[in-house]
Write a protein that binds this ligand. Structure first.
Ligand code: F6P
Length: 323
C-alpha cells in the first residue's frame, strides 16, 4: 500500500489549497492513502497528522492560506528534530512525502532525504517566484495582482494631490514581485534587491520625470530584511526634493492572502498532481515545476543552490517605459 503525506511549510501563498486538493485527489486516483500534516515540519515532529479523503479537500480550491497551516520550524533544523519526524513517518509506514513551500522548505526536505531516505517531491509554493526549476511559483501571480490593485488605487490619490508615493512590496531577496508590479503599475522607478540604486539615482530619475511634466510619481521598492526600507529611502529623497509631498505605503502581508487567480489555481493544480505522479513514478529528492508549459522535475539540490535571475528584458522594458 502506498501512503503519501502532504505538508505546507514556510510563508503561505495563495494557491496552496488548490495544490493540496490536487495532491490528495491525485494520490487517491493512484490508489494511495493520504495523510495531511499540520503546521509543516513542526507538525511532522509532533506527529500532528490525519488521514485525508477526497471530501477533505472539497470547497478549498478558491481560498487563500493553507488548510494544513504553515510554520518555519527551528526544531527541524536540528538532527534530533528530524529524527523524531522520521520516526513518525516510519510508524505510519509513509512511503512518500509532498512538501509544498519555498527555499527553506526544500533545504529541509533535501537534508531529510539525505539522512533518512524518505522519498520526497517538493512543490514550489511562494509568492517570491525565486525558485530555480519552474517558470512560476504558486502564489506569485495572485500576489502581483494584489499589488497592482493597490498601486492603481494609490495612483488615483497620488494624481489628485500631485504626490510622490513609495510603495513597498515583498520579496526581500528577489525582485520578481517588484519588477512586475512596477511594469504593470506604470511606476516611474523600481528598487530591486538585485540592483544597487542610491537615493541620488531615484532623485535624478524623479526630477527627469518632473521636467517632462509628470505631476505625480510612483516608486516601487522591494522590501529588505525588515519591512520599512521604503520609509528610509523616502526620507532621504524628501531631504532633496522639497517641493513635493512624499508618502509611503507598505503593502506587507496583504500580498500573501486572498483568493488565488485563475493562473495560480491551474498552476497549483498541475503541480500538486505532478508531485504525486512523480512519487508514484519513483522520483525522489526532486521538485516538480512547469517550464514552457510542460511539467518538469529538477533535483532539490539544484532547486536550492541555483538561482533564477530576473529576466533582463523586464528590466530593459521598465527603463524605457518609465520615462
Ligand atoms: O518568502 C515569502 C515572504 O512573503 C517574503 O516575500 C517576505 O520577505 C517574507 O516571506 C516574510 O516573512 P514572514 O511571514 O516571516 O513575515
Amino acid at each position: 500500500m502506498k501512503r503519501i503525506a502532504i505538508l505546507t511549510s514556510g510563508g503561505d501563498a495563495p494557491g496552496m489549497n488548490a495544490c493540496i486538493r490536487a495532491a490528495v485527489r491525485g494520490a487517491i486516483y493512484y490508489e494511495a492513502e493520504v495523510y495531511g500534516i499540520n503546521q509543516g515540519y513542526q507538525g511532522l515532529i509532533e506527529n500532528d497528522m490525519f488521514r485525508m479523503y477526497s471530501h477533505s479537500v472539497s470547497n478549498i480550491l478558491q481560498h487563500g492560506g493553507t488548510i494544513l497551516k504553515s510554520a518555519r520550524s527551528e526544531e527541524f533544523k536540528t538532527k534530533e528534530g528530524r529524527k523524531k519526524a522520521y520516526e513518525n513517518l516510519k510508524e505510519r509506514e509513509i512511503t512518500g512525502m509532498v512538501a509544498i513551500g519555498g527555499d527553506g522548505t526544500f533545504t529541509g526536505a533535501h537534508i531529510f532525504y539525505e539522512e533518512f531516505g524518505i522519498p520526497i517531491v517538493g512543490v514550489p509554493g511562494t509568492i517570491d517566484n525565486d525558485i530555480y526549476g519552474t517558470d512560476k511559483t504558486i502564489g506569485f501571480d495572485t500576489a502581483v495582482n494584489t499589488t497592482l490593485d493597490a498601486i492603481d488605487k494609490i495612483r488615483d490619490t497620488a494624481d489628485s494631490h500631485g504626490r510622490i508615493f513609495f510603495i513597498e512590496v515583498m520579496g526581500r531577496d528577489s525582485g520578481y514581485i517588484a519588477i512586475q508590479s512596477a511594469i504593470g503599475g506604470g511606476a516611474e522607478s523600481v528598487i530591486l534587491p538585485e540592483k544597487e540604486s542610491t537615493p541620488d539615482d531615484i532623485v535624478n530619475h524623479l526630477r527627469d520625470g518632473m521636467r517632462r511634466d509628470k505631476s505625480f510619481s510612483i516608486v516601487v521598492v522591494a522590501e529588505r530584511d525588515v519591512p520599512g526600507y521604503a520609509v528610509e529611502l523616502a526620507k532621504k529623497v524628501s531631504e532633496v526634493i522639497t517641493n513635493k509631498d512624499i508618502r509611503v505605503t507598505i503593502l506587507g502581508h496583504i500580498q500573501r492572502g486572498g483568493s488565488p487567480t485563475s493562473t495560480d489555481r491551474t498552476l497549483a493544480s498541475r503541480l500538486g498532481l505532478g508531485a504525486v505522479e512523480g512519487l508514484i513514478d519513483g522520483k525522489t529528492n526532486q521538485m516538480v515545476g512547469i517550464i514552457n508549459d510542460k511539467i518538469v522535475y529538477t533535483s532539490l539540490h539544484d532547486a536550492i543552490t541555483k538561482t533564477k535571475p530576473l529576466n533582463p528584458d523586464l528590466i530593459r522594458a521598465m527603463k524605457i517605459l518609465s520615462m
